[in-house]
Design a protein around this ligand. Structure first.
Ligand code: N01
Length: 577
């Protein structure tokens, strides 16, 4: 079966109520909700199938580092009950199979135009509609434009001198080929040591004849301890999936794990060690929940960093290599990695770590990569160099709002928007998990669903009152951007050069992009805005009426008192992962 369900007719300008850019988890669920409202919608997707991130990132070892029972849609109890995950952390092919299953189950493909990249979006002031242009020459028009473009979708291809001369194979983890890649007998070079590298290196190494890793900054990784899912656990979760989801929603991260709010420094060294060992044995991102102050107090953080470095030294045989692999920055400041045998891979004789922290890669040659004055021969170079995060996918589309203002101009000094959902000057344009929302700091699936539900309620309300446009107001947008920055400044996460602040791409403004106040607090803010008739927005409507809660009902629960309040945030207490 071919994935392309919608024939592209380049000769007509079609009209829709909504255009959705991207058919990953966000675009798929948005389409589903708009259909429920009886709206016509067209989804444009650059890939040949649904799945977004999980369509493109098919490198060896790719899997989600949020547990599979939680990294899934929650809008359909039947879907929750029917789908069977096989492992604690689902591998990429299984997540893609899930996305495909959802597309089929809810008959989504007939409104998705695959292999089509949106290149231009322009707001037509007179018609109050968006004109949409694609790389296939197609045009269409829609009242609403919903950006479901993903947070980590624009691959980062750093330029290296001599790259054009290189004759070997070049791969990027975020744009991995669909055909199997065989590394048998090959000399492989990997650039980068983020999550993608940490997942793929242990899988590529056993096949390769030689594997050389070029490391600019070492990362912390906690073991995944991945395993087949325990059937008893699955039964227990499925017996009350809605209850399990609600528990997850009430956590700052949007996923549930046992956590401890006690400060690290309030414990004795022995208690701390016991707690760290226990959390290590549980593995993965929840390690950051070992103590409540790890991301707020540098001294507390040092205790976790020391523990993690000790573990690296235990796992790596060669002391020199172990030291190179030990980060000296704040633990969890960059996105924490989750590994399976990563550090042990450096104990293999044919695996070499090259430190490029002080002297970058000098150049490529026809046959390899030169660093520290040494040429490392390579048949294949794997760029595990990450993404132009959060705003990169917007940069690839010329988006023109009111008065000819482009989004690229508006965001030159950093993303400016309201709630991570809408942008002043760009009416009827919504951004699912945009910068300024919890997005990458939380479990993507609930953050996507909460945004989609909010947008669906907003669009339904506009219909109810006969509004043609909605637009964020400048003042409220500025206040939100300032709040996002304020909250970030109390977390240690804002202190290092990570992709959260755009530091991985030369020339990008340094702004902490996601909202770090925690998912429940953010949801509460969105609910308040909605309940107040979309406070902070201007709606051009002949009538007014209080908005009805249709889709966002399940996000209306009160905050778990154990978790967070805005006052907690102001006081710097955010037990967040
Ligand atoms: O990308 P990254 P990623 N010369 O940006 C290096 C999610 N994810 O694809 O740190 C040399 O983390 C760069 O060095 P430095 C997850 O949120 C999730 O690995 O900038 N090196 C870094 O080491 C993750 O955080 C999952 O100094 C260069 C690496 O490339 C995010 O995606 C799995 C360089 C890039 O690391 C991104 O992860 C995978 C240059 N010019 C990813 N430019 C799971 O769910 C960059 N680097 C498990």
């Amino acid at each position: 079966m071919t994935a392309t369900a919608v024939p592209t007719d380049e000769s007509r300008t079609e009209r829709f109520d909504a255009v959705i850019v991207g058919a990953g988890f966000a675009g798929m669920y948005m389409l589903h909700c708009l259909r429920k409202l009886g709206l016509s919608a067209r989804v444009f997707e650059a890939g040949s199938d649904v799945g977004g991130t999980w369509y493109w990132n098919r490198y060896p070892g790719a899997r989600c580092d949020i547990e599979s029972l939680q990294y899934s849609y929650s809008f359909s109890e039947e879907l929750d009950q029917d789908w069977e995950w096989t492992e604690k952390y689902a591998p990429q092919p299984e997540i893609l199979a899930y996305a495909r299953h959802v597309a089929d189950r809810f008959d989504l493909r007939r409104d998705i135009c695959f292999d089509t990249r949106v290149t231009a979006l322009a707001f037509d002031e007179a018609a109050k509609r968006w004109d949409v242009g694609t790389d296939r020459g197609g045009r269409c028009s829609a009242q609403f434009c919903i950006m479901a473009v993903g947070c980590l979708s624009a691959a980062n291809h750093p330029h290296f001198e001599g790259f054009e001369d290189y004759r070997g194979e070049v791969l990027h983890t975020g744009e991995w080929p669909h055909e199997p890649v065989d590394f048998t007998g090959k000399r492989v070079a990997v650039i980068g040591t983020g999550s993608s590298a940490i997942q793929s290196i242990p899988v590529m190494a056993p096949e390769a004849a030689a594997l050389t890793v070029f490391q600019r900054t070492p990362n912390y990784a906690v073991p995944a301890w991945n395993a087949p899912l325990d059937p008893n656990l699955v039964r227990e979760v499925k017996a009350d999936y809605p209850g399990f989801r609600a528990k997850a929603r009430s956590r700052p991260t949007g996923f549930y794990f046992p956590y401890n709010t006690r400060p690290a420094l309030a414990s004795t060294p022995e208690e701390r060690r016991r707690q760290y060992e226990e959390c290590w044995e549980r593995g993965g991102l929840p390690f950051l929940g070992a103590f409540g102050d790890l991301l707020f107090d540098k001294e507390a953080n040092d205790t976790a960093a020391d523990f993690a470095r000790e573990k690296i030294r235990e796992r790596v045989d060669d002391p020199g290599t172990a030291e190179l692999l030990c980060p000296d920055n704040v633990f969890g400041c960059k996105r924490l990695c989750v590994d399976t045998g990563y550090y042990e891979t450096y104990n293999l004789d044919h695996v070499t770590l090259v430190d490029i922290s002080t002297r970058p890669i000098e150049r490529f040659t026809a046959g390899g990569v030169v660093a520290q004055g040494v040429e490392y021969p390579a048949d294949t170079v794997v760029f595990a160099t990450g993404f132009a995060a959060m705003t990169g996918s917007f940069d690839r589309i010329r988006i023109t709002g009111r008065d000819g203002l482009t989004l690229a101009e508006k965001w030159r000094a950093g993303p400016q928007n309201y709630l991570g959902l809408a942008v002043a000057g760009f009416p009827n344009l919504f951004t699912i998990t945009g910068p300024g929302s919890p997005s990458v700091l939380a479990n993507m699936l609930p953050t996507i669903e909460q945004h989609v539900d909010w947008i669906a309620d907003c669009v339904a309300h506009m219909r109810d009152i006969g509004a043609r446009t909605i637009e964020a107001q400048e003042g409220d947008e500025e206040a939100w951007v300032a709040h996002v920055a304020d909250v970030a400044s109390i977390s240690l996460r804002s202190t290092c050069s990570s992709w959260y602040v755009g530091a991985n791409i030369p020339g990008r403004p340094r702004v902490f992009m996601p909202y770090i106040g925690g998912f429940p607090v953010y949801v509460q803010k969105c609910n308040e805005v909605l309940a107040a008739g979309f406070a902070g927005f201007v709606l051009d409507a002949p009538a007014s009426a209080p908005p009805r809660v249709r889709f966002t009902e399940r996000w209306q629960e009160a905050l778990d008192p154990d978790v967070l309040s805005p006052a907690d945030i102001a006081a710097g207490r955010i037990p967040i992962v």
